[in-house]
Design a protein around this ligand. Structure first.
Ligand code: HPA
Length: 278
């Protein structure tokens, strides 16, 4: 993609989408692989394959569908993205965040993201959920490079409230009401696609990370640039490399996500309803 035409392409994608959906999504929900169960909660869903949308990247990963679903959850208009775009798939960083620009242009005000992560914090067990309080970007890129500079103002995005404090408080209350033990911590993002070495995990722990994964940080940076409030849940799918017995496999991660799914889906529904009630 020609990055100098990025904002024009965003407008074209938004115009195309507006012609096909009747709602203005207020909340963007990003579903990690295995969490498609959330889609059942969407009333009067309109499904659009991302491959049909002008300028959208194409998803290529096992377990990721690349479908946008528009509709209402508890009366709140949402856009759910099943199959996000990952940097490790070979997409340009600016392409990874393109969907969020297009959905923000439709009027979205919040991003609720989910991801699969390895637990770095020694007290975390696979199968637990972590509310992300902050992140450390070790992906070796920032997706706003070349984009923010095209704006007359706000070229340097503030990240001091990257994961909105008020939304986090609301999410903690919703989790409590559902009897979900929600842990809290810092998510560290690597580019992948290789998992980490044991030494890398020890270094990341010393840096203050509680969980590690290969996604989310690009879209959170984009959302902060776009003025969206962010909430994120990490699904602790496995113990990180230095705590893990034997090899880490994608199959193990997908299996853990399937088991976590009902819990995450009920939390997402509750949180979306809560955000919409403001
Ligand atoms: N490392 C990186 N990404 C991951 C992991 C992990 O251990 N588990 C799930 N996604």
């Amino acid at each position: 993609m020609d990055i100098t035409k990025y904002f024009q392409f965003v407008d074209e994608a938004a115009v195309w989408l507006r012609g096909r959906i009747s709602i203005s999504p207020r909340v963007i929900v990003v579903l990690s692989a295995g969490l498609d169960g959330f889609l059942k909660a969407i009333e009067q869903p309109v499904k659009i394959a991302s491959s049909d949308i002008p300028h959208f990247p194409r998803s290529r990963t096992e377990g990721h569908a690349g479908v946008l679903t528009f509709g209402n959850v508890k009366g709140v208009p949402v856009a759910a993205l099943a199959g996000r775009f990952h940097y490790y798939e070979g997409h340009a960083a600016s392409d990874v965040i393109f969907p969020y620009f297009a959905l923000a242009a439709l009027g979205a005000e919040a991003l609720v993201a989910t991801n699969a992560a390895g637990g770095i914090n020694k007290s975390f067990q696979p199968g637990e959920l972590m509310l992300v309080t902050d992140h450390i970007n070790m992906m070796g890129m920032n997706p706003l490079v070349g984009l923010a500079v095209q704006r007359a103002e706000n070229q340097f995005t503030d990240m001091t409230n990257a994961y909105d404090k008020r939304l986090r408080e609301q999410a903690a209350a919703v989790a409590k009401g559902l009897g979900i033990n929600l842990r809290e911590g810092v998510y560290l993002a690597v580019s992948g696609p290789s998992y980490e070495t044991k030494s890398e995990i020890r270094a990341f722990r010393a840096m203050g990370a509680d969980a590690v994964g290969m996604s989310t940080v690009p879209e959170v940076i984009a959302a902060n640039f776009l003025g969206l409030k962010v909430l994120c849940f990490s699904c602790i799918a496995n113990a990180a490399a230095d705590l893990h017995e034997g090899a880490i496999s994608h199959a193990e991660v997908l299996e853990a996500m399937k088991n976590l799914s009902p819990k995450v889906v009920s939390l997402l529904e509750g949180v979306v309803g809560e955000i919409g009630s403001r």
